[in-house]
Design a protein around this ligand. Structure first.
Ligand SMILES: NC(=O)c1ccc[n+]([C@@H]2O[C@H](COP(=O)([O-])OP(=O)(O)OC[C@H]3O[C@@H](n4cnc5c(N)ncnc54)[C@H](O)[C@@H]3O)[C@@H](O)[C@H]2O)c1
Length: 355
């Protein structure tokens, strides 16, 4: 089913340069949509999202009535829909976020990961190739694929992933993301498409789905439920605040070199147990202002170690020297600052829905 909002703008937008953003109702996509609508009033931002369990229009509510924004509900693997968008709009760039993104779900059943992450990416590439090829714009109009550091596999105690690290995905999610990267690169090599790929470490911040680590820690703490931590809690991730990632993506989309990949990281390696402890510290300091029913001593008492995830990658760390040195980007928000902002956002959401 296709639902197109804002018909007036939809008809007018045919000649206006349009940036197609896929997956813009999800966590990072929505933060990026808001950033782009606010930063570039001259772009028409067209958000294509299937609104799976992971996407919600609440995430883009603040821009829904803006004249340079419109939304289409639909599937990136629906080639008729995707081609019609290229025919009806003057799409001059694609920033492709839409994906099934939760590793645990991919371990349960990877089917939708293959369909969306691989076939969906191929469908978008084909539609872009057809539309841009006809107008001789394949080397000008940009296709930016949003990927992940998980494509590189797992690290031991030392070392970092660079852009040259060979792909070595270890779970169905990261395998489909690596597959999508390969397809994107192949369109650059084979057809001369202007492609760029960015691979980012773990994002955190407002609007992330409840099922991910940081929202789970916060919401379980607020509900005074056990806070589940996989295995021994010593798995390490490199964290970046979502706003810093959005600024990096803006930079890569506009300044990144054709056919290049850029790693984006926060240089903030933390074990999962450290992250949980830090969040509990923040919540402990806020406890008097929270409507907590029981006499909980510290939220840390709720931390519970659970059976480890299958094939749980031990450590990710991203070497982001290339984007820093070549494109002049660096993250601006420290982990402590970003985590406080994130906790404040979830507490605010929680107080709105709490009985
Ligand atoms: N979250 C992270 O830490 C992280 C890190 C690095 C890279 N990434 C990548 O960034 C992108 C966005 O991640 P996220 O965490 O915001 O994901 P998310 O799960 O929060 O959002 C995904 C969005 O894609 C939409 N979608 C799913 N299938 C679709 C389909 N077939 N057609 C159209 N829309 C569809 C969903 O409705 C949702 O709005 C993904 O490609 C992910 O691989 C995420």
């Amino acid at each position: 089913m296709i639902i197109i909002r804002h018909w007036g703008w939809y008809k007018m937008s045919k000649q206006r340069p349009t940036l197609l953003i896929t997956g813009g109702a999800g966590f990072i996509g929505a933060n990026f949509v808001v950033h782009m609508v606010n930063t570039y009033p001259d772009y028409h931002i067209l958000n294509l999202d299937k609104l799976t369990y992971a996407g919600t229009l609440e995430n883009v509510k603040e821009v829904e009535n803006r004249p340079n924004y419109s939304f289409v509900e639909g599937d990136i693997a629906d080639s008729i829909l995707v081609k019609s968008l290229f025919n009806e709009h003057n799409i001059t760039g694609v920033v492709h976020f839409a994906a099934e993104s939760h590793v645990d779900r991919s371990i349960e059943d990877g089917t939708s990961f293959v369909t969306t992450n691989v076939l969906g990416t191929y469908t978008l590439l084909e539609a872009a190739k057809e539309a841009w090829g006809k107008a001789d714009l394949l080397s000008e109009n940009r296709f930016h694929h949003i990927s992940t550091d998980e494509v590189y596999g797992s690290l031991g105690n030392d070392g970092m992933f660079s852009e040259e690290t060979p792909y070595d995905p270890r779970n169905p999610y990261s395998a489909t993301k690596a597959g999508a990267n390969m397809l994107v690169k192949s369109f650059g090599f084979t057809y001369g498409m202007n492609i760029v790929i960015s691979s980012c470490s773990n994002n955190y911040g407002p609007k992330q789905h409840q099922e991910k680590l940081i929202p789970t820690i916060i919401s379980n703490a607020l509900a005074e439920k056990p806070i589940p931590i996989y295995g021994d809690g010593e798995n390490i991730r490199d964290w970046i605040y979502v706003e810093d990632h959005c600024n990096a993506l803006d930079t890569i989309f506009h300044k990144g070199k054709v056919m290049e990949s850029y790693n984006v990281g926060g240089r903030t390696e933390k074990t999962n147990i450290d992250v949980a402890m830090k969040i509990c510290d923040i919540l402990d300091r806020m406890k008097d202002d929270l409507d907590i029913s029981s006499n909980i001593g510290s939220f840390k008492d709720l931390i519970t170690f659970t059976k480890d995830r299958l094939g749980h990658d031990r450590r990710y760390a991203v070497d982001d020297t290339k984007i820093r040195e070549q494109l002049g980007w660096a993250p601006e928000i420290s982990f402590d600052e970003g985590l406080k902002k994130t906790v404040d956002w979830y507490v605010d959401q929680w107080t709105k829905v709490a009985p």
